[in-house]
Ligand binder design. Structure first.
Ligand code: FES
Ligand SMILES: [Fe+2]
Length: 347
């Protein structure tokens, strides 16, 4: 099925994202009675909880006269349209037409567009199409020696893939995060590192950089980063900032449409119990505001998947592999989509 949004659904980058999990909001953003409107890949969605508390993600649209279901409410575990009060069960059946209460509602199979929704780590994750990969994992989530802090959301007027590539790019530190993550007057050369791919995504070997304000304690550190891309819009790093100190970041970028995204972070640290929430958040806020200015400036807005479109150097390895991986996911999804079309034509 094609989705109408600003992002052309036949483009490779869109295809790479349509059947993948994306964080769209916090679990607490969707209450028991009140639906919530979100946008994903240019598509307007409504999130709502049924009587089991399970989140449903539907196109934000009532098949009767096209009103937005997100303006309605949830009653007895069913969603009620704000216009004429039609009610729908979580299975997409129309159970009540108040103007004709005695009659069974019309078949809603053609009128309801259901997507895929799950909850994990305090977030609601949605995939527009059948998800091709499992939900990504944050290894420290169940480890009590790590304190977890939610940072963001940061709204960027930038493409989600550009934002993710920025997160896995270590050579911008001295310039974008001057005197925080690097020294602008003495930028360090990056040593060669490797990237390997497995069933969980892409993983770099260790990347070492000196940082004058390397973690939330505000002290200089020789930081050692290991990056992973776990999903097209989910990445993660472990940063070793001392013998045992670990500063991990779980990064998600909601692809709202081709030129907007929302960044959601979970920071996991195993040091500095005395640090206040404000100390932790203030460093995160500074860093992600510094990145915003650059990522919003990048042109074209969408991440070029043609390797000849931009110039590359050895230290861009992680970004190069990310682009190759996105392209491969997009091509595989396009082939899959075409074979489904051929199948349905031949039936
Ligand atoms: S538009 Fe939804 S009930 Fe009429
Ligand atoms: Fe950055």
């Amino acid at each position: 099925m094609l989705y109408k949004g600003e992002w052309n659904p036949n483009e490779l980058d869109y295809r790479a994202l349509a059947g993948q999990w994306h964080v769209v909001c916090l679990s607490t953003d969707v209450g028991a009675d009140q639906p919530k409107a979100v946008r994903l890949l240019g598509e307007e969605l409504v999130l709502w909880r049924d009587d089991q508390g399970k989140v449903n993600a539907w196109k934000d649209y009532c098949g009767h006269r096209g009103a937005k279901l997100s303006l309605g409410c949830v009653k007895q575990g069913q969603i009620e349209c704000p216009y004429h009060g039609w009610r729908y069960s979580s299975q997409g059946e129309c159970t009540l037409v108040p103007a004709h209460p005695e009659r069974k509602g019309p078949s809603s199979q053609r009128l309801i567009f259901r997507h895929f929704a799950e909850e994990r780590y305090g977030y609601i994750w949605v995939s527009l199409e059948k998800p091709l990969r499992p939900l990504p994992e944050l290894p420290q989530w169940h480890d009590d020696s790590f304190r977890k802090v939610f940072a963001g959301p940061y709204l960027y007027n930038a493409n989600a893939l550009r934002s993710l590539e920025n997160f896995i790019d270590a050579s911008h530190f001295p310039f974008v995060h001057a005197n925080l993550n690097g020294l602008p007057d003495a930028p360090e050369p990056l040593k060669r590192y490797n990237v390997k791919e497995d069933e969980h995504g892409l993983h770099s070997s260790e990347i070492c950089v000196f940082q004058p304000y390397g973690d939330h304690r505000g002290i200089p550190v020789n930081a050692r980063y290991t990056y992973s891309v776990l999903n097209p819009t989910t990445a993660y790093f472990v940063k070793k900032t001392g013998e045992t100190e670990r500063f991990c970041t779980f990064f998600n970028a909601t692809p709202v449409d081709e030129s907007q995204c929302v960044i959601w972070l979970i920071v996991a640290i195993n040091f500095g119990q005395d640090l206040t929430l404000e100390q932790i958040l203030s460093r995160q806020n500074i860093v992600f505001e510094q990145d915003r200015r650059i990522v919003e400036s990048q042109r074209p807005a969408r991440l070029p998947l043609d390797p000849h479109a931009e110039m590359h150097v050895v230290s861009d390895r992680m970004g190069i592999e990310y682009r190759r991986w996105i392209r491969a996911l997009g091509e595989a999804a396009s082939t899959n989509q075409q074979s489904q079309v051929i199948e349905s034509v031949s039936i």
